[in-house]
Design a protein around this ligand. Sequence first.
Ligand SMILES: Cc1cc2nc3c(=O)[nH]c(=O)nc-3n(C[C@H](O)[C@H](O)[C@H](O)COP(=O)(O)O)c2cc1C
Length: 193
Amino acid sequence: MRLVALSGSLRARSSNGAVLRSALAFFDGPATTADIAALPHFNPDLDGEGATPPPSVAALRTTVAAADALLIVSPEYAHGIPGALKNALDWLVSSGECVDKPVAVITASPSPAGGDHANAQLREVLRMMTGRVVTGACREIPAISTKIDPTAERVADEATLNELRTALHALTAAATAAATYGTAATVPTAPTT
Ligand SMILES: Cc1cc2nc3c(=O)[nH]c(=O)nc-3n(C[C@H](O)[C@H](O)[C@H](O)COP(=O)(O)O)c2cc1C
């Protein structure tokens, strides 16, 4: 089981980066964090049939294609998705690497709402891309600035760590079910007698 993570924050001391690293610690398997900072602005002229994608776009597509599940961790900017992250997702729309891929969306904010607007928007965008948003693996984390260690390396708050553990287990279960039962979405239930 292979996971790829995307962070919506490009900041060096990002609290969402801390959430991402702490979440990945609960994933039992190889995980990669894709670099979205160097992607050019999405331009359909560079994305048409027969076009050769820019190298950073090709690398992103290869990384996402090789993954069994996708973890997105992001702040909210102006009640929306950070531009760098939306740009990365736009590059993945027509190439289809997110199709049927189980996805967890986690937003973290210093505000009490935990980035709820960006979280809802991300889930909508990913559903439109026919990714499989795993509701039980999605989280909105409020007051994040009080929950990370002083170096912004990791989450320090036990309750939040438990939430991340539960979320990553739900994502792993969904990816395992998808790998086992195909893209029919639901895990068969045991017959009743
Ligand atoms: C331009 C800008 C707009 C922001 N808008 C929001 C917002 O709408 N909602 C919110 O909860 N936080 C907002 N914030 C605060 C971010 O959530 C906060 O800076 C957060 O720590 C950024 O995440 P990071 O530490 O991972 O970079 C905004 C920050 C910036 C710089």
